[in-house]
Ligand binder design. Structure first.
Ligand code: FAD
Ligand code: UDP
Length: 362
């Protein structure tokens, strides 16, 4: 079979590349080893008709008008601002830490100005924030760090905050006001009919063929194409020749509660210090679906399994650089996406990276 492009992976990276290439008249084959499109953003109805995210909760947010407008070509949107609470010492508190969190936790009645002064009094100043521990201690100090961050991070990554690059904890801001939204991006929406429906539209072109349950390693010898866009793990592409890149995995425990309309008060509740799971998400908050029952997911971090998260720390970045340098010598393959670029990318960042990669290909 003859194609201009073979795209490995039907997640955001692969689907954006396929859509752009097909729109410019190229013949594209997309293969994915899973039996569905959408990668980790895939959603579907569970056995009870509740729309769930099998690979954990996915909330779309971006500051990029360009990325939002690009995706708007394939979906309508539902306005949704995610809110998260953390279960600490038997009670629920807003996370990111804000004025409400501090007042409730310490029995105070601080104004916004007082909260700034409070944080100033507890934080441990650092010259540079190299690790995630630096980030947390220099913004909220040791007590809030232990209550909200250290245990969660240990569970999620199997590492101490001090062993992770600054960027991990820097994802979570600290606020002196009452803003309890998880994200403050300009555009915060969920695809109105779900992610999978959006992916179907992106891939719906006479120039695109999609083959599911198809592993690139198995079929690569039988497919002729001018160029490959690879969105799987970069170390796997090169047969792990420099050793395995560490990825963190998760086990998702999905549950349907048939006689409960609302399980929890916010989309997600984090459990930094209790339980083996890190968080519980109730999907109906995210999707706005009406249903007499509800479906939730608990996330249990794992060392082994599907590679969900690159692990941002110095030695891993150094190992990735070796693969990346090797990748640059392979001129007929483009590596893009969270696994191929070994970056802790959100969905919008993957879309941005794919749009950029594809520009040079078109
Ligand atoms: P993927 O979605 O991983 O797609 C890669 C695809 O390649 C997969 O489908 C895989 O099966 C396929 N593949 C790999 N190797 C092969 C092979 N050899 N042959 C064939 N196919 C192959 N981002 C947000 O913006 N907001 C969120 O709320 C959010 N929540 C998240 C929650 C969790 C639990 C996780 C794990 C991630 C979350 N993300 C979130 C990040 C988001 O999932 C990613 O940024 C995005 O889905 C990555 O897209 P991708 O195309 O790079 O990779
Ligand atoms: N984090 C934490 N406590 C929390 C929330 C986050 O310690 O209540 C830390 C933890 O290390 C986590 C990181 O901040 O992995 C990033 O959190 P985010 O919610 O962005 O993770 P994701 O949704 O990508 O799993």
């Amino acid at each position: 079979m003859n194609y201009d492009f073979l795209i490995v992976g039907a997640g955001f990276a692969g689907a954006v590349c396929a859509e752009r290439l097909a729109a410019s008249g190229k013949r594209v084959l997309v293969v994915d080893k899973r039996n569905h499109i959408g990668g980790n953003a895939y959603d579907r109805e569970d056995e009870n008709g509740v729309l769930i995210h099998p690979y954990g909760p996915h909330i779309f947010h971006t500051n990029s008008k360009r990325i939002f407008e690009y995706l708007s070509g394939f979906t309508d949107w539902r306005f949704y601002e995610h809110r998260v609470k953390a279960y600490v010492d038997g009670d629920l508190y807003p996370i990111p830490i804000n004025r409400t969190t501090i007042n409730k936790l310490y029995g105070l009645d601080l104004s916004e100005q007082d909260t700034i002064a409070f944080l100033e009094s507890v934080r441990e100043a650092r010259e540079v924030n190299t690790t995630s521990e630096d980030v947390v201690l220099s913004s909220v100090g040791p007590d809030l760090c232990d209550k909200f961050f250290r245990g969660y991070t240990r569970k999620q990554w199997g590492l101490d905050l001090s062993e992770l690059s600054a960027g991990v904890a820097a994802r979570i801001p600290t606020r002196s006001n009452d803003d309890d939204r998880y994200f403050t991006d300009t555009f915060q929406f969920m695809p109105a009919h779900g992610y999978t429906a959006m992916f179907e539209k992106m891939l719906d072109s006479p120039n695109i063929d999609v083959r599911l349950s198809t592993d690139y390693d198995v079929v690569k010898a039988n497919i002729e194409c001018g160029h490959v866009v690879y969105t799987g793990p970069i170390d796997a592409y090169f047969g792990y020749r420099f050793g395995k890149l560490p990825y963190r995995s998760l086990h998702f425990q999905h549950q349907h509660l048939s006689d409960v309309e609302r399980f929890q008060t916010t989309g997600t509740i984090n459990y930094p210090n209790d339980h083996e799971y890190t968080r519980i998400t109730e999907f109906k908050h995210l999707t706005g679906q009406q249903h007499q029952g509800t479906s939730i997911v608990k996330e249990y971090p794992r060392a082994e399994g599907e590679p969900y998260y690159p692990i941002p720390r110095k030695e891993n970045e150094a190992l990735f650089m070796r693969y990346s340098e090797l990748a640059e010598t392979v001129t007929d393959v483009t590596f893009v996406g969270r696994l191929a670029q070994y970056r802790y990318y959100n969905m919008d960042q993957v879309v941005g990276a794919a749009l950029k990669a594809v520009e040079t290909l078109v």
